[in-house]
Design a protein around this ligand. Structure first.
Ligand code: NAD
Length: 484
């Protein structure tokens, strides 16, 4: 941590970075590539330390850390390095008759000094992935990792400076006071990942400086399951997306299932079989399940389970070990819509199932809640799929699988409504941290007096004709024809 970090410390860091940014050094292609290569090298050289930090923070299974965090960041770096030249190239666009003769282009320019505030659940990925976008776009960056994942936060503070230009990229550790001190400063963009309550705090602080924000929030991600699915494949993909992602502590993990009353018993049986296959008879002992991050979150989850409105609905799991912060994969069937677990984001290993008579009723149910970050549908019915894509609003969607949308760098990742604003990943990250500057360029030839006063009736006819594309009117005005 920056020693005794307070308002003055925050101001000093931002002033230093601003000076570096204004020197112009972050703008060159070479600087950006050197930083991205530094991060790529860090991933290779420090993989064991990253894995150990994730184990400390969340007891994340090694392979999950590798697939869900380390390799994702590696791919992000590789993709940015491969595409950067193209992304940076000004984009030529067509010109219009009113600007003839001219050329026009969109130039991506860096915004300046940006702030990235990260969350604890994928503490490596969610911290460094936006940094990759900010660097690719040529910005100076302050990264504030989550204090709820202290080992990963400390890893960044200790190790990142060895791999990137410390005069332009800084890590500030800390919790609310340090983040508040940073938020008092003027940044040119803030990307925040976390819950919507703090999202509002971030946006309010940003408004003071007219700083634009990307808010990567959460919400309740629904999974609609049709009765016509390949049930074995569907349940494997649901279980992997829910419990195989940090024990459900993932923003795009399935939050609840909607299925028909008649199909629910079959689905529950299949989920139980898959869960036992994946995590054994005593899942509290499974090395393939992450633990709950801390006792506050453990208590929050217990509160959802102990709500009397869901009493008697647990059809699988429910075991817990508070000391070891472990909760077994738990399924609740037919939970009432006014129960806590259906009102709040679960963000843990509990999976409520809501039943309906007709699957399409689920669309209304989803749309009656805040717009989710992700929505999933399992079906073989193409028409239902089309209807789902058209009528359900969500940050992103996957049909017949879960969570895989996050792995394609050509897809934007971000929420809508309550689940956030703005997006990143791949080129979307570059764009999120760039200003799209319109540049119109003209020579001195072809200057027509038509556009300048005095606006005679003759000039007006020609101008109107030109602007409305009425070539005949222009022609007639030019040859001096008037209607009698
Ligand atoms: P968290 O507790 O790590 O908080 C996020 C960040 O906000 C931290 O860096 C923290 O220091 C800072 N913070 C906390 N309180 C603050 C305050 N009062 N003022 C200023 N800063 C403050 O993470 P969390 O909020 O528990 O994260 C879980 C939530 O994030 C869930 O809703 C989840 O769905 C969402 N999430 C979204 C994404 C995404 O990409 N959209 C990814 C992960 C998590």
């Amino acid at each position: 941590m920056e020693g005794g970090f307070d308002g003055a410390g925050a101001a000093e860091v931002v002033a230093e970075l601003r000076e570096s940014f204004e020197s112009g050094r972050t703008r060159s292609f070479e600087w950006r590539v050197a930083q991205l290569k530094g991060i790529a090298r860090l991933i290779v050289e420090k993989e064991a330390e990253i894995t150990a930090a994730l184990d400390d923070d969340l007891a994340k299974p090694q392979i999950e850390s590798f697939i869900g965090e380390i390799s994702m960041v590696r791919e992000s770096c590789r993709f940015a390095l491969k595409e950067l030249k193209r992304w940076m190239k000004p984009e030529k666009v067509a010109t219009s008759v009113t600007t003839f003769p001219s050329s026009a282009k969109v130039v991506s320019e860096p915004l300046g000094v940006v702030l990235i505030i990260s969350a604890w659940n994928y503490p490596f990925l969610l911290s460094i992935d936006p940094v990759i976008g900010a660097i690719a776009a040529g910005n100076a960056v302050v990264l504030k990792p989550s204090e709820v994942a202290p080992a990963t936060s400390s890893f960044f503070a200790r190790i990142l400076p060895d791999y990137v230009d410390n005069s332009c990229i800084r890590v500030v550790e800390g919790s609310i006071p340090e983040t508040t001190a940073l938020l008092d400063q003027k940044f040119d963009k803030i990307l925040y990942t976390g819950n919507a309550r703090v999202g509002r705090i971030v946006m309010t602080a940003a408004a003071k400086h007219l700083t634009p924000v990307v808010l990567e929030l959460g919400g309740k991600c629904p999974v609609l399951v049709d009765s016509n699915v390949d049930i074995k494949v569907a349940t494997r993909r649901i279980v992997a997306g829910k419990w195989g992602c940090n024990s459900g502590q993932a923003c795009i993990a399935p939050d609840y299932i909607i299925t028909t009353k008649s199909f629910a018993p079959k689905l529950v049986d299949a989920l139980k079989i898959t869960l036992e296959k994946f995590y054994g008879k005593d899942p509290l002992e499974s090395a393939d399940l992450s633990r709950i991050v801390n006792s506050n979150h453990f208590k929050r989850l217990m509160n959802l389970l102990d709500d009397e409105k869901v009493s008697g609905t647990i059809v699988h799991g429910g075991q817990r070990n508070e000391k070891r912060l472990r909760i077994a994969p738990t399924i609740l069937l037919d939970v009432p819509s006014d129960s806590l677990i259906m009102k709040e984001e679960v963000f843990g290993p509990l999976l409520p199932i809501v039943t309906v008579d007709e699957l399409r009723e689920g669309f209304g149910l989803i749309n009656s809640k805040g717009k989710p970050l992700a929505a999933y549908l399992f079906t073989k019915d193409r028409k239902l799929e089309e209807k789902f894509v058209k009528s359900v609003s969500a940050g992103g969607m996957v049909i017949n699988d879960t969570i895989l949308q996050v792995t394609n760098p050509r897809l934007p990742f971000g929420g809508v409504g309550e689940s956030g604003m703005g997006s990143y990943h791949g080129k979307f990250s570059f764009d999120a941290f760039s200003h799209k500057k319109a540049v119109l360029s003209r020579g001195f030839g072809g200057d027509v007096s038509m556009r300048y006063p005095p606006y005679t009736a003759h000039k007006q006819k020609i101008l109107r004709g030109l602007i409305t594309g009425n070539i005949i009117a222009v022609f007639l005005a030019l040859i001096g024809w008037t209607r009698h």
